[in-house]
Ligand binder design. Structure first.
Ligand code: 6PG
Length: 475
C-alpha cells in the first residue's frame, strides 16, 4: 500500500495535519528528523487512520504514490531550505513539495523557481487556524502551479474547514501567492487584535469596568456584527482568573506583546508596494512599543499627561467603542485587501480577493461573519477600489461617524493610547478629503530639490525658480 500524502516535520502542526488527512481516509506517510516523534504519533493516534511511519527520508519517499505529495512542516528560513535539499534529490519530475509553514513569500518564489528547474512543483501553502485548526479543519491558502493544485487540491479541500459544505481552500495563485495571502491574513490578525485591545483599554480605563464585566461586553458583541473567533476568545481570556493570586489573568501577564514576524513582513511588503496599511503597521509598532521595556522604564514615570477618569466616556461608551471598533476594523481589512490586490498586480498572480474572503470565513484565526460581507462586496464588483465604498461598509462607517470621532477624541483627552482607532480614522479622513496637504509637500520638494510638480489646470510637469523672480518653467 502506498500513501496519498506524506508529512515530514511532526511538531504539533505537522502532527495534526497528518492526523487530519488520516481521519479523512487518506493513507499518510509520516516522517520526522528524530524517529521518536514518528513512533509516538503512530502509537497515540494510529487508530485514527492509516499511517505509514518511515525512519529514513528514502523510505518515506518510497512509501508515497506518484506523483508524490510531500508536506513539509518545519520552521521558516534555513530549516525549510535544509529539508527541501534533503528531499528534492529523492523526488522525480512531477512530484510536489508543499511548504505548509509560515514562509516569507519571497523565499517561496525563490524555492518555486529553483525546484521548477528540477522538474518539481513547489507549493507554498498558507495554513491558518493554529493547532486546533490543523486537526479539525484549517483555512488553507495554496500557491504554486495550477497543475499541482489539480493533484493536490482535492486532498487539501478534504481536510479544510467548510462553510455550507464549501471548503475554506482555493488555489490562490502561482508561486508565492499563497504565502503572501497568509502573511496578509496575519497582518490583519495583528490589526484586529490591537483594535480589540484598545477597545478593552478604553472600557477599562475610561469606563471603569472590570475585566469580567468587559468579558461580558465582548460576549454580547460576539452575538452581533463583530461576531468572530478573536472577539470570542477575548471574552474567554478576560474572564480568566489567576488561580494562584485570585487576580484577573490579564493583570498578572507581562504587558509586552511578542511577535514571530509575519506582521512585520506584511508592513515591509506594503512599504515596497506603496500601499498604506496603517492599521497593520500601528499594530506591529504597538507590539514593538510594548516590548521596549528599557524605553518604557525610562519614560513611564516622567512623561506628564492626564490620568484617565472613570466615567469620562459617558453612558454611551460601550456603544461608542463598538462603533469605533467596527469602523476601524473595516479600515484595516480594506487596507489588507488593497495590499493583496497591489501584490497580485505587481507579481502577476491574478488573485481573486473575493475568494480570499470566502476561504477566511472559517478555520482561520480571523474567521468572522464579517468576511461574508467582504465576499459579497467583491461578488458585486470584482474591481472594487476599496471596501470602504461598498454599500454595506459605507453604511457601517457612515453610521459609526460620530461615535468613532468621540472615541478617538476621548482617548486623546484621557491619555489612553489608541493608535489603531486614531490612525484608522485619519486614513478614513484622508481618503474622504477633496484636497490633501500633499500639494504643500510637492511645493516643498520643488523648493529644495527642483523635484517638480503637476498643476491642476495644465498637463505636464513644472518647476518654479524659487530665487528672486519665482518664474514657473515647464520641466
Ligand atoms: C494562524 C496564526 C499563526 C500564528 C501567528 C502568531 O493563522 O494560525 O496566525 O500563524 O499563531 O503567526 O503570530 P505571532 O507570534 O507573530 O503573534
Amino acid at each position: 500500500e502506498k500513501a496519498q500524502i506524506g508529512v515530514t516535520g511532526l511538531a504539533v502542526m505537522g502532527r495534526n495535519l497528518a492526523r487530519n488527512f488520516a481521519r479523512h481516509g487518506h493513507t499518510v506517510a509520516v516522517h520526522n528528523r528524530s524517529y521518536g516523534r514518528t513512533k509516538e504519533l503512530v502509537e497515540e493516534f494510529g487508530h485514527e487512520g492509516t499511517f505509514l511511519p518511515a525512519e529514513s527520508a528514502e523510505d518515506f519517499v518510497a512509501s508515497l504514490e506518484r506523483p508524490r505529495r510531500v508536506v513539509i512542516m518545519v520552521k521558516a528560513g534555513k530549516p525549510t531550505d535544509a529539508v527541501i535539499e534533503e528531499f528534492a534529490p529523492l523526488l522525480e519530475p512531477g512530484d510536489m513539495i508543499i511548504d505548509a509553514g509560515n514562509a516569507h513569500f519571497a523565499d517561496t518564489r525563490r524555492r518555486e523557481a529553483s525546484l521548477k528547474e528540477r522538474g518539481l512543483h513547489f507549493v507554498g501553502t498558507g495554513v491558518s487556524g493554529g493547532e486546533e485548526g490543523a486537526l479539525h479543519g484549517p483555512s488553507i491558502m495554496p500557491g504554486g502551479s495550477k497543475e499541482s493544485y489539480e493533484s493536490l487540491g482535492p486532498l487539501l479541500e478534504d481536510i479544510a474547514a467548510k462553510v455550507d459544505g464549501e471548503p475554506c481552500c482555493v488555489h490562490v495563485g502561482p508561486d508565492g501567492a499563497g504565502h503572501f495571502v497568509k502573511m496578509v491574513h496575519n497582518g490583519i490578525e495583528y490589526a484586529d487584535m490591537q483594535l480589540i485591545a484598545e477597545a478593552y483599554d478604553l472600557l477599562r480605563q475610561a469606563g471603569g469596568h472590570s475585566p469580567a464585566e468587559i468579558a461580558d461586553v465582548f460576549s454580547s458583541w460576539n452575538e452581533g456584527r463583530l461576531g468572530s473567533y478573536l472577539i470570542e476568545i477575548t471574552a474567554e481570556v478576560l474572564k480568566q482568573v489567576d488561580a494562584g493570586t485570585g487576580k484577573p489573568f490579564v493583570d498578572i501577564v507581562v504587558d509586552q506583546a511578542e511577535q514571530k514576524g509575519t506582521g512585520r513582513w506584511t508592513v515591509q511588503s506594503a512599504l515596497d508596494l506603496g500601499v498604506p496599511v496603517s492599521g497593520i503597521a500601528e499594530a506591529v509598532f504597538a507590539r514593538a512599543l510594548s516590548g521596549g521595556a528599557d524605553v518604557r522604564r525610562a519614560a513611564a514615570g516622567k512623561l506628564p499627561g492626564p490620568a484617565a477618569q472613570t466615567g469620562a466616556g459617558g453612558a454611551d461608551l460601550r456603544a461608542d467603542v463598538e462603533q469605533a471598533l467596527f469602523a476601524s476594523k473595516i479600515v484595516a481589512y480594506a487596507q489588507g485587501f488593497q495590499q493583496i490586490q497591489a501584490a497580485s498586480a505587481e507579481y502577476g498572480w491574478e488573485i481573486d480577493p473575493g475568494a480570499m474572503a470566502k476561504i477566511w470565513r472559517d478555520g482561520c484565526i480571523i474567521r468572522a461573519k464579517f468576511l461574508d460581507y467582504i465576499k459579497q462586496a467583491y461578488d458585486k464588483d470584482a474591481n472594487l477600489q476599496t471596501l470602504l465604498v461598498d454599500d454595506y461598509f459605507l453604511d457601517a462607517v457612515s453610521g459609526a461617524q460620530e461615535a468613532w470621532r468621540r472615541v478617538v477624541a476621548l482617548a486623546a483627552q484621557q491619555g489612553i493610547p489608541a493608535p489603531g482607532f486614531a490612525s484608522a480614522l485619519a486614513y478614513y479622513d484622508g481618503l474622504r478629503a477633496q484636497r490633501l496637504p500633499a500639494a504643500l509637500i510637492q511645493g516643498q520638494r520643488d523648493f529644495f530639490g527642483a523635484h517638480t510638480y503637476q498643476r491642476i489646470d495644465k498637463d505636464g510637469s513644472f518647476h518654479t525658480m524659487w530665487g528672486a523672480e519665482r518664474n514657473e518653467v515647464g520641466a
